[in-house]
Design a protein around this ligand. Structure first.
Ligand SMILES: Nc1nc2c(c(=O)[nH]1)N[C@H]1C(S)=C(S)[C@@H](COP(=O)(O)OP(=O)(O)OC[C@H]3O[C@@H](n4cnc5c(=O)[nH]c(N)nc54)[C@H](O)[C@@H]3O)O[C@H]1N2
Ligand SMILES: Nc1nc2c(c(=O)[nH]1)N[C@H]1C(S)=C(S)[C@@H](COP(=O)(O)OP(=O)(O)OC[C@H]3O[C@@H](n4cnc5c(=O)[nH]c(N)nc54)[C@H](O)[C@@H]3O)O[C@H]1N2
Ligand code: SF4
Ligand SMILES: [Mo]
Length: 747
């Protein structure tokens, strides 16, 4: 590893003050997540309402922010007309106002400096910080080309910075929401149906008769409208089948909980296909009309009997048969859900292919109660000069993964670590809205890359871990204090939503659109930012779409007619899928040509050695990743994670409920902090489970610091998906320590 020239700055910046106390809006209304409408209506009656959409997670529910006469935000409530939320925010969205109130927020630009031999930050003016960024970017561009400046991003700020980067001449862009999240499912479904799943998923859950969840825990993952639809579907008698080594909330609502042995899902999927085909239960008419490669598939799955799968998955053959028959009886109103965070074991695109093919056999794609044909409205592009053509970009960095379709964060990290054979070295990073330290696996590599860059800027709202490594930190104001791009997402019917500032930016924070424009102008790219205010851009776009900002401020959400045709296939309709053949590809020639398995196969994955347990992790219903742990409202609801341990394991290791333990993984990586034991039958004996996002180690996060354990710091091993470069994260094993391994070490 290179010597650490960029020391992580944990201490407070010099001269930072101005702590502001805030009332917690959640406490005003009680800790009720979906709020009591009557109370809400009465309290908000005399308040001003501003249209916005939530930024606490990517679902981006449209909402109203209510402010009183003193310009204090009192409440955020979902917009009734919004298909993402139907008027109801999830607990995180309701608590979103805590992001605005959080007194630990970044307050002013910071520049790294050394005082008395100690690295720290000093406060800077925007002028100075932006000048410094522009001059560094210019120098690096002259020396190495604009392409060597990389953008790592997530969420709304990303699109503003992406525009800046493209204008500057860099397409070296990536986000962890691809190679650490949903990338493999887009590849798997893309190869099979010729269509990405995208977000929100086009699942017709409300009309389904059978919903199959494979390691997707809707209910804990708060995909707002999906949670609502799932609840309706259950009321309407739909069968839920959950495949999860953990008894999740979804499992508790399921008729069938298949407590699968981790890492064996492909075996189950193949065996389900075997049953559907051997028992003649698949949707013959649909398959004959739309699919290609059925005969190959039939021959391929012939050996994969439920008895074969039982030996691998530990799921009893009769359970496999029964659940396959239930799916078939519900078809085509059945959804084998594609999941979302699918970077598990490195063969994830192939597992997603298996899920896609299973849906194909059932005929669910394009049928009511299955998957609908999504539609979204495209937002007119605000005029600007053509972007220059970069000489290289994310595409070249991910070249060895032929089915990657977005930048691969881990490849950007690799290209940043000095290596004489690297044809495309990265020299600077701009990071906006992603806490890479808690998000990317193999933290040592991330830090090695950070140490190697010549210059690093972080734009964030909070002093997250990643900010401690930056040369310049820029405070973005929260979503409640800014305009942002018009939200247009796929849905049954297209809709748009606007985000208008409910209050002025607190402290000395600024929106990302402004930051991008200011940097752009300093780089001589003013023509790309030909407006005074982002409001002008939105107004121009809305006018082109036949509405106006004035109208949108009143309604928040506008729905449009569908223009792409019906939601579902007509009976026997001629339909061309987006694949090369125009058919649903059970057998993929594209995969075969590139030397990959044309149909999914099961390969065993390593198992925990003696004394180790598989590290399983997932979503905390009250939090979004690491971003909300310090939020005063949400930390109030849940401030630390626990380690789920099976009673059998607790007995062997003599662990008691609430006992503090530390974790050590297969590569001797230790957890920084301790975690309390939760003894529960809800997790298999071969695994332990924790919520992702906790274990913050930046002391500036006063509520989150030291609370619980970070799963990320124990994920030192990844298995890369050879199709698209995703990093499989679930092959790490931990042992449980009852003694503090850090004794005498100050953290
Ligand atoms: N170990 C482990 N790693 C994972 C996962 C896991 O479950 N376990 N999940 C993976 C998945 S599915 C994903 S999608 C990724 C997500 O990874 P990230 O996108 O990195 O997720 P967050 O923790 O939400 O980080 C968001 C950052 O944005 C900041 N932020 C919040 N709002 C704003 C804003 O309005 N403006 C700006 N500028 N910044 C803002 C937050 O303070 C935080 O620093 O992580 C992946 N990595
Ligand atoms: N509240 C909340 N909701 C969120 C988020 C959040 O941070 N908080 N993040 C959002 C984002 S970006 C994403 S990508 C989604 C992710 O949501 P999901 O796609 O649902 O993904 P995870 O949270 O990773 O799912 C974890 C589940 O997979 C199970 N599992 C682990 N190993 C295996 C295995 O080998 N086989 C099977 N079948 N199951 C296994 C775990 O036990 C756990 O129940 O959630 C979104 N929604
Ligand atoms: S699901 Fe919850 S956190 Fe996500 S956008 Fe909607 S209200 Fe906000
Ligand atoms: Mo994700």
């Amino acid at each position: 590893m290179t010597t650490s020239r960029r020391k992580f700055i944990k201490i407070s910046a010099l001269g930072l003050g101005g702590v502001v106390a805030s009332a917690s809006a959640l406490n005003v209304f009680g800790k009720n997540s979906y709020l009591n409408e009557i109370v809400a209506q009465n309290i908000v009656k005399n308040l001003k309402k501003t249209a916005t959409y939530c930024e606490v997670c990517f679902w981006k529910c449209a909402a109203w922010a209510f402010t009183n006469e003193n310009n204090e935000i009192k409440k955020i409530i979902g917009n009734d007309d919004d298909p993402h939320c139907n008027g109801r925010l999830c607990p995180r969205g309701t608590g979103g106002v805590g992001m605005y109130h959080d007194e630990d927020r970044l307050k002013t630009p910071l520049i790294r400096t050394t005082i008395n031999g100690e690295e720290t930050y000093r406060e800077a003016s925007w002028e100075e910080a932006l000048d410094l960024i522009a001059s560094k970017f210019k120098n690096i561009k002259e020396k190495y080309g604009a392409e060597s400046v990389a953008l790592l991003k997530h969420g709304s700020p990303g699109s503003h910075l992406e525009h800046l980067f493209k204008a500057f001449g860099s397409d070296t862009i990536a986000e962890p929401a691809y190679a650490q999240c949903r990338g493999p499912r887009e590849t798997g479904f893309g190869l099979t149906f010729g269509s990405w799943i995208g977000s929100p998923e086009p699942t017709d859950i409300r009309d389904t008769k059978c919903l199959v969840l494979i390691g997707s825990h809707i209910g804990e993952n708060m995909h707002n409208s999906q949670v609502q639809e799932m609840s309706d579907a259950i009321d309407n008698g739909a069968t839920i089948i959950t495949v999860d080594p953990r008894f999740s909330t979804a499992a508790s609502k399921s008729k069938h909980w298949l407590a699968i042995k981790p890492a064996t899902d492909i075996a189950l999927l193949l065996s389900w296909m075997h049953v559907l085909i051997e028992e003649d239960l698949y949707n013959k008419k649909y398959v004959d009309t739309y699919a290609l490669g059925f005969d190959e598939l039939k021959a391929h799955v012939k050996p994969f009997t439920p008895e074969w799968a039982y030996g691998i998955t530990t799921i009893k053959p009769e359970e496999i048969r029964k659940t396959a028959r239930t799916m078939a009886a519900s078809a085509p109103s059945v959804i084998v859900h594609p999941g979302r965070h699918v970077t598990w074991y490195g063969d994830d695109s192939q597992r997603s292919r298996a899920i896609a093919i299973l849906n194909g056999l059932l005929g669910s794609w394009g049928n009511r109660g299955g998957f609908y044909f999504k539609e979204k409205i495209s937002i007119p592009k605000y005029p600007h000069p053509k972007y220059p053509e970069p000489k290289w970009g994310w595409h070249d960095l991910g070249k060895q993964y032929p089915f990657s379709e977005m930048g691969i964060t881990s490849e950007l990290v690799k290209a940043t670590i000095p290596n004489k054979d690297n044809k495309h070295p990265i020299k600077a990073w701009l990071i906006a809205g992603t806490n890479l330290i808690n998000t990317l696996p193999q933290r040592e590599k991330t830090i090695e890359a950070i140490n190697a860059v010549d210059f690093m800027v972080v734009i964030d709202t909070m002093p997250m871990e990643i900010t401690g490594y930056a040369d310049v930190v820029l405070p973005e104001c929260t979503y409640l204090e800014r305009y942002d791009g018009i939200r247009s997402a796929t849905n049954r019917t297209p809709s748009i939503a606007v985000r208008v500032p409910a209050v002025k930016p607190k402290y000395n924070s600024k929106p990302a659109w402004w930051i991008s424009k200011e940097i752009g102008e300093r780089l001589g790219l003013g023509d790309y930012f030909n407006y005074n205010d982002f409001e002008d851009v939105i107004e121009w776009q809305l006018n082109k779409m036949g509405t106006s900002l004035e109208e949108m401020k009143k309604i928040g959400v506008k729905k449009f007619e569908r223009t792409s045709g019906p939601l579902f296939l007509e009976d026997g309709q001629d339909y061309e899928f987006g694949t090369l053949s125009g058919k649903i590809e059970f057998y993929s020639h594209q995969l075969a040509e590139k030397g990959f398995d044309p149909m999914p196969v099961y390969t065993p994955h390593p198992e925990p050695p003696q004394g180790f347990y598989r590290l399983n992790y997932g979503r905390s219903p009250m939090h979004t990743f690491s971003r909300t742990i310090n939020n005063p409202n949400l930390s109030d609801l849940k401030d630390e994670n626990t380690l789920w341990v099976n009673p059998k394991v607790a007995r062997i290791l003599d662990l008691k409920k609430g006992q503090e333990v530390w974790l050590k993984n297969q590569d001797d990586k230790l957890s920084t902090f301790s975690i309390k034991v939760r003894v529960t039958e809800r997790i298999r004996w071969d695994s332990v489970y924790m919520y992702h996002g906790f274990g913050h180690n930046n002391k500036k996060l006063t509520r989150a610091f030291g609370k619980g354990v970070s799963d990320t710091e124990l994920i030192s091993k990844v298995v890369i998906d050879p199709l698209m470069g995703g990093t499989g994260l679930r092959g790490n094993f931990v042992s449980i320590l009852t003694e503090n391994p850090h004794k005498n070490i100050e953290l």
